[in-house]
Design a protein around this ligand. Structure first.
Ligand SMILES: Nc1ncnc2c1ncn2[C@@H]1O[C@H](COP(=O)(O)OP(=O)(O)O)[C@@H](O)[C@H]1O
Ligand SMILES: [Mg+2]
Length: 240
């Protein structure tokens, strides 16, 4: 079988905040059309991993490739122009801009029949359509999450990277966001990397999971079915 194209390939990165050595050798990859999660407790280095990829906190050592191009230590705007849509945990909706303006600013032409545009986002997220003239920052938390995901989609990226989409959300909102990610991102074949402490969400959206321990160490890799068959793996991994 032909090897699939790796959209994101992280090879043995080491990342610091000043003297603080936070990611001590991390490797992982995401293939085209694959939905992958990084599961780990608070503070293990999930966000720092994403910041390393985005060039916000560049790794001191190691290599990062995006769709075959080496992007290690590239500035964030160049990484994003490679087709990486990053949705941080605090969603950065531009205040003072309407929902529509938030989407327009992110929109980039896509190719083929699966390309995303504003109309497609409005079809899939009717709530955003209803609120299109409203200031984005006045939306509820869950609606802002949807707007952030809608913004990622209209940029027609090669990969969407979500940092803890369930963080601070009510169970109902987590369910709604899970449905959105699964039905609109995963179902349409978008390549996805999602970082979570909430394993239910991770298992519902991703098919392959990296279990991250302290200092960004990968302690295991498992498929969704393996983790569902043996829930103890997750219990052990996420236990404090
Ligand atoms: N800006 C920063 N400066 C110094 N240390 C930080 C900074 N951000 C995070 N850290 C530390 O790095 C470690 C990993 O943090 P983080 O990547 O945010 O973990 P996670 O996203 O898994 O909760 C933690 O020990 C955290 O305290
Ligand atoms: Mg984090």
């Amino acid at each position: 079988m032909a090897r699939k194209n790796k959209i994101l390939d992280i090879e043995d990165i080491h990342t610091y905040y000043g003297e603080s050595y936070v990611i001590q050798g991390l490797s992982l990859y995401v293939e085209e059309h694959e939905a992958v999660s990084i599961l780990g407790r608070n503070g293990v280095g999930k966000t720092t991993t994403l910041r390393s990829v985005m060039g916000l906190t560049p790794p001191r050592e190691g290599k990062i490739h995006i769709d075959g191009t080496q992007t290690t230590r590239w500035p964030a705007h160049k990484v994003s122009r490679m087709g990486v849509a990053y949705v941080p945990a605090e969603r950065h909706i531009f205040p003072g801009l309407s929902v529509e303006e938030n989407l327009l600013l992110a929109a980039r032409p896509g190719r083929g029949k699966d390309a995303w545009d504003l109309e497609k986002v409005y079809r899939q997220f009717p709530i955003l359509s209803d609120r299109r003239k409203q200031d984005g920052s006045t939306l509820s938390g869950g609606e802002q999450q949807m707007l952030a995901i809608g913004r990622a989609l209209v940029s027609n990226p090669k990969i969407i990277i979500l940092d803890e989409p369930s963080q601070g959300r009510s169970p109902l909102m987590v369910e709604m966001v899970t449905d959105v990610v699964r039905d609109f991102c995963v179902a349409s074949g978008i390549t996805l990397l999602v970082v979570e402490q909430n394993y239910r969400m991770a298992l519902n959206v991703a098919t392959r999971h990296y279990l991250m321990g302290t200092k960004g160490r990968i302690e295991g890799i498992a498929t969704t079915s393996e983790l569902r068959e043996d829930p103890q793996i997750i219990q052990n991994h996420l236990a404090v």
